[in-house]
Structure formats: structure tokens, C-alpha cells
Design a protein around this ligand. Structure first.
Ligand code: VGL
Ligand code: ZN
Length: 240
């Protein structure tokens, strides 16, 4: 006869055996392969504390990105790279303030404080990024009259940055997007990556948003509708 203690012990073992595999392995179940690339979007001084367009908690993405980058053999970084007097700057539109919008030939444009001017310290990548194996830095937004949130296509919707061609040339099929800001450059990059037929993951805790006029909720809704997968950094397998 089994006594009560033995029965409980057996149940405990069974319960553990049932739960353990999920608990141990489901957490880090995504393994980036040779056909995967991490896109690190705009982790630049202007978007970090003290910067001219600082994103709340923006600095918190850096250690997360440094950690997951180790799981990728392909890492591409981007830099927002504007001319002085860029059309996206509120300062060049008289009577306009940052975060207001205007209509431009290519559509609605949010106006920003001056930021990420070519060659300035604000446009430099964070010195705390530690991804020596990053293989490409793509600069965007360098045409004075056109903005470019997306790392793939400028805001006119037709001028290519060349990134899709690069990734296809390297036989990349899957992109993981991280960085700043979730609701602008990260989201537009993820959406254009879907349009270019890549499988797309956005690593939520490796991003932070600006969130102006409902932009963050809209970005997540648009991304979900486009088939972008929303994941957490803990789901990516990173070996020690
Ligand atoms: C960005 C606003 C203006 C971004 C760039 O990196 O998300 N946002 N320029
Ligand atoms: Zn910009």
C-alpha cells in the first residue's frame, strides 16, 4: 500500500515531468540561424537621455540589444542621418512646433526637434553598444526634402535605401528588429520588411517608443495586421 506521502511525492514528480520541458525550453525557443539578421535601429545619442529627441527609457534597450546580438551572425545597424535644415525639423517651418504635423507632397509628416544631423555627436551611435560583429551600417533620411523612418524605403514610399537588396544578396530570410523608436523607425522598418517578404520579428523589450498622438498603439496594431511577430528578448536563444 502507498501512503499519502508517497502518493503526493509521485504526483509531484509527474507534475514536474509534465511542466519542466515547457518551463525550461519554451522561454528561449527562437534560434536565429544563418538566414536571420538583427536590425538595430537608430540607437543614437539624440534618441537617448540628454539627446534632442530623447525617447523615454531609451537607454534601457542597449544592454538587451548587446545581449541578443550575440545570437546573430548577421547584424545591421541604422543611423538616422539628416541634413542641417532637414524637412522633418519643426525649426524650418515657420510657426510650427515639434510634434505638430504638416502635409508634404509624400503625405503627412510629424515635425521633430532638430536631431541626428550628419556628422554631429547627436547622430553618433551610442558608445555603450557593443556589437563588434555588426556588418553594415545603413544611413537614412539624408535627402533634405524627404524623411525616412524605414530602413528600407524613404517616406516617399519609393526611394530604396538598398537594404532589401543587401539582405537578399546575403540570403537573409528573417529579420529581427530592435532599437528606437518602436512607433516610428522600428515600426516602419518592420512593415516595409514584411512588404519585401521577409519574416519579421520585433523584439518588444529591446525597443522603446515616442508615443505621440496614439502612435505607439497604432504601430503595434499595424504591425500585427501585417504579420509582424511581437516577441520578447527572453524568447531568443543566446548561448552563454
Ligand atoms: C525617429 C523620429 C524622427 C526614429 C527618427 O528613429 O524613430 N523618430 N526621426
Ligand atoms: Zn529623424
Amino acid at each position: 500500500m502507498l501512503d499519502r506521502r508517497q502518493v503526493l511525492a509521485m504526483l509531484g514528480t509527474t507534475a514536474l515531468a509534465t511542466l519542466a520541458p515547457t518551463a525550461l525550453f519554451a522561454a528561449a525557443s527562437i534560434k536565429p540561424d544563418e538566414a536571420s539578421a538583427l536590425l538595430v535601429i537608430d540607437v543614437q545619442n539624440c534618441f537617448l537621455p540628454g539627446g534632442s529627441l530623447a525617447v523615454k527609457e531609451g537607454e534601457q534597450v542597449v544592454p538587451v540589444i548587446n545581449r541578443i546580438a550575440k545570437a546573430f551572425s548577421n547584424v545591421v545597424m541604422t543611423q538616422d542621418w539628416h541634413t542641417p535644415g532637414h524637412i522633418s525639423f519643426a525649426s524650418v517651418h515657420s510657426g510650427k512646433k515639434p510634434f505638430e504635423t504638416i502635409d508634404l507632397p509624400y503625405g503627412k509628416q510629424v515635425l521633430w526637434p532638430d536631431h541626428c544631423v550628419q556628422g554631429t555627436d547627436g547622430a553618433a551611435l551610442s558608445k555603450d553598444l557593443s556589437i563588434p560583429h555588426a556588418e553594415l551600417i545603413i544611413r537614412k533620411g539624408f535627402h533634405k526634402d524627404v524623411d525616412s523612418y524605414s530602413a528600407f524605403l524613404e517616406a516617399d514610399g519609393k526611394t530604396s535605401t538598398g537594404l532589401a537588396g543587401y539582405l537578399r544578396g546575403r540570403k537573409i530570410k528573417r529579420v529581427f528588429v530592435a532599437g528606437l523608436a518602436t512607433d516610428f523607425c522600428v515600426a516602419w522598418t518592420a512593415l516595409d520588411a514584411r512588404k519585401a517578404s521577409f519574416e519579421v520579428y520585433v523584439v518588444e523589450d529591446a525597443c522603446r517608443g515616442i508615443d505621440t498622438q496614439g502612435s505607439l498603439a497604432k504601430a503595434w496594431a499595424d504591425m500585427a495586421k501585417a504579420g509582424v511577430k511581437r516577441i520578447q528578448s527572453a524568447e531568443i536563444a543566446v548561448s552563454a
